[in-house]
Design a protein around this ligand. Structure first.
Ligand code: IMP
Ligand code: MG
Length: 184
């Protein structure tokens, strides 16, 4: 899918495919440096993190295993509440493992904050977070994010894994939607 397939639904391209690719390369080299001599359990949060996971792990030189979790955050509309339900749990025992959570975007940070403490209760050696995108509100929540791709404005974005109503996940770039799409 590319921007020509979106007709008038796309308002603008915020981050291009090339920008994502080069930023992920920088993040991967930071991760390799920080985890030197350690095996990383890279944990993707379904479904949004699929693209970031696929592209990031292929840039890593460290030994890696991959696992996935699906969580759903109860909330009204587009706001998350921090009350989280596990839809699909890990298949890996976390005892003594170095866990790197990979996310597409951190908005309020509530989902991730819950997830991190849930994982920490399972006896891992460490739990760190990497995200491609971070919105301004996340900076106000007390959660340490070790690797951030891009800090973006407080706009609703789609593409590169991110959806609006399950659509637009397969865009290779991150863009903002035209207001008519979401009834604005
Ligand atoms: P929060 O950090 O708990 O508020 O929730 C983050 C989740 O909300 C992400 O994993 C996304 O699924 C979703 N989300 C937040 N902002 C956006 C956006 O701009 N576009 C698409 N999904 C978003
Ligand atoms: Mg979503």
């Amino acid at each position: 899918m590319d921007s020509t397939d979106m007709g008038t639904d796309l308002s603008k391209i915020l981050i291009t495919e090339e920008q994502i690719d080069s930023r992920l390369a920088e993040m991967a080299s930071d991760i390799d440096r920080d985890y030197e001599g350690k095996e990383i359990l890279v944990l993707g949060v379904l479904k949004g993190a699929v693209m970031v996971m696929a592209d990031l792990v292929r840039k890593l030189h460290s030994p890696v295993t991959m696992d996935w979790m699906a969580v759903s955050s109860y909330g009204s509309g587009t706001k998350s509440s921090g009350v989280v339900r596990i839809l699909k749990d890990l298949e890996t025992d976390l005892q003594g493992r170095h866990v790197l959570i990979v996310e597409d975007i951190i908005d309020s940070g509530l989902t991730l904050s819950w997830l991190k403490s849930n994982l920490e209760s399972r006896g891992p050696a460490s739990v760190k977070i990497a995200t491609l995108l971070r919105k301004p509100e996340a900076a106000t929540v007390d959660i340490e994010v070790s690797y951030v791709g891009f800090d973006i404005p407080n706009e609703f974005v789609v593409g590169y894994g991110l959806d609006y109503d399950e659509k637009y996940r397969h865009l290779p770039f991150v863009g903002t939607l035209a207001p008519h799409v979401y009834g604005g």
